[in-house]
Design a protein around this ligand. Structure first.
Ligand SMILES: NC(=O)c1ccc[n+]([C@@H]2O[C@H](COP(=O)([O-])OP(=O)(O)OC[C@H]3O[C@@H](n4cnc5c(N)ncnc54)[C@H](OP(=O)(O)O)[C@@H]3O)[C@@H](O)[C@H]2O)c1
Length: 274
């Protein structure tokens, strides 16, 4: 069994590659960036697929909708028997087809499910590592701008997403089943900030800002329609605890890591010297 891991520079892929190697699995690492992994696999460029897929039995795939159908066909031609897609819980939104957050994931899911190779969909909620966006103001001693401090989310550690990917790649069970993945608890952004402050021993101020102000601050990083979709999602989840699934524990045999665990591991990123 030889497993292709695409997106080798990504947080989830890096964890997954380590797990597969530790378990003695044959693994081929692929990146869209030449030289960053063993082979080039740009999921938007089908010309890169045959060489990357040669001889593999399964693949871990990031959600890149433009090349997903071609990837599934190339995987079948190479003899692969299982694809595992890193999708998103955003696809569960009833308006997913109109949401820039969800649409690319939805299109990638549909392309793989319509293809000839059985596919398993992983749908994580928001990553704990999204909190790294707050490290810059915290290190600079500035308040963190939050438009909706009391919005709930379900932060999941990227290592848990990788653990689930490892579990389904090495023990496919029922390919085709979508798995909605969350952290172990619903927490608000304000609570996440409190956890980071406690773990780093640094007081962290929060400034509640308007939607417009937040969009302005993030304009260089998040495109307008994407920012609007995020803001709408956060607004809808003010004072509304996020539903939590036990899927990480069911598939991996261990409880999902909580946000405090993630914060302890990444505390240095929030300290002024980092
Ligand atoms: N952040 C969240 O809250 C959240 C929630 C649900 C789902 N997700 C999903 O998780 C992904 C982020 O995962 P992560 O944290 O592991 O990644 P990351 O650290 O943000 O890195 C981005 C990843 O996307 C890959 N990628 C981008 N364009 C690619 C292409 N054309 N071909 C192949 N790979 C490509 C990159 O791979 P290379 O550069 O090595 O090619 C890299 O692995 C998001 O893109 C989203 O689909 C995120």
């Amino acid at each position: 069994m030889s497993i292709l891991v695409t997106g080798a520079r990504g947080g989830v892929a890096r964890h997954l590659i380590g797990l597969l190697r530790e378990a003695g699995q044959e693994v081929r690492t692929a990146s869209s960036s030449p030289g960053a992994a063993e082979v080039v696999c740009d999921l938007a460029d089908p010309a890169t697929f045959p060489a990357a897929l040669k001889g593999v039995t399964a693949a871990f795939v990031y959600a890149e909708p433009t090349g997903a159908a071609a990837f599934a066909n190339a995987a079948a031609e190479a003899g692969a028997e299982h694809l595992v897609l890193l999708s998103s819980a955003a696809v569960l939104d009833p308006r997913a087809d109109d949401s820039p957050l969800a649409k690319s994931h939805l299109d990638a899911e549909r392309a793989l499910l319509a293809g000839p190779v059985p596919a398993t969909l992983l749908r994580p909620g928001s990553f704990s590592s999204n909190a790294l966006a707050w490290s810059w103001p915290v290190k600079a001693g500035r308040p963190v701008s939050l438009p909706y401090p009391d919005s709930h989310n379900d932060p999941i550690h990227e290592a848990d997403v990788a653990d689930v990917a490892f579990a389904v790649l090495t023990n496919p069970g029922a390919p085709g089943t979508p798995h909605t993945l969350t952290g172990p608890a619903s927490v608000t952004f304000a609570e996440q900030i409190d956890i980071l402050a406690a773990v780093t021993g640094t007081p962290i101020a929060v400034e509640q800002v308007s939607r417009e102000r937040w969009k302005e601050e993030m304009a260089d990083y998040i495109a307008g329609p994407h920012a609007d979709a995020l803001l709408d999602w956060w607004e809808a989840n003010v004072d509304r605890p996020a539903p939590i699934t036990g899927t990480v524990e069911r598939l991996t045999g261990h409880p999902a890591r909580d946000f405090t665990t993630w914060a302890r591991e990444h505390a240095d990123a929030f300290r002024p010297s980092a």
